[in-house]
Design a binder for this molecule. Structure first.
Ligand SMILES: [Fe+2]
Length: 99
C-alpha cells in the first residue's frame, strides 16, 4: 500500500496492466494535518485518471499480479518532492506547502 500523499503538482496516471485502487482524501478544515476519505476509484487496464494539484491519494494493488502504470507530472517532480524525502509514493501529508 502507498500511504496518502500529495504530488504537489498535477498528474495523470495511466494503467497499462493490472489494477490499482485509489482512495482520495481531503484535509479537514482547522486541522491541516488531518485528512478524511473523500472518494475512491478503481483503475484498471486502459484507464487514466487526472489528479489536480491539491489531490491527496493513497494506492493499493488489490490483485495478486503486477500493476504497471505511466505517470505524467505537471512539473519537475523529483526536486519538488525531494524536500519531503520521497518521490511519488511517500507519506508527505503532515507537511504543508511551507514544509
Ligand atoms: Fe501518487
Amino acid at each position: 500500500m502507498v500511504m496518502p500523499h500529495n504530488h504537489r503538482m498535477w498528474a495523470v496516471i495511466g494503467i497499462y496492466t493490472g489494477r490499482e485502487d485509489n482512495v482520495f482524501w481531503r484535509r479537514l478544515k482547522g486541522t491541516p494535518n488531518k485528512i478524511e476519505a473523500a472518494g475512491a476509484k478503481a483503475l484498471c487496464e486502459m484507464d487514466a485518471e487526472p489528479l489536480g494539484t491539491d489531490i491527496i491519494h493513497s494506492v493499493i494493488n488489490p490483485i495478486n499480479k503486477l500493476t504497471g502504470a505511466i505517470h505524467i507530472y505537471g512539473g519537475d517532480f523529483l526536486p519538488s518532492n525531494a524536500a519531503s524525502g520521497t518521490p511519488c509514493h511517500y507519506s508527505n501529508i503532515g507537511q504543508t506547502e511551507n514544509g
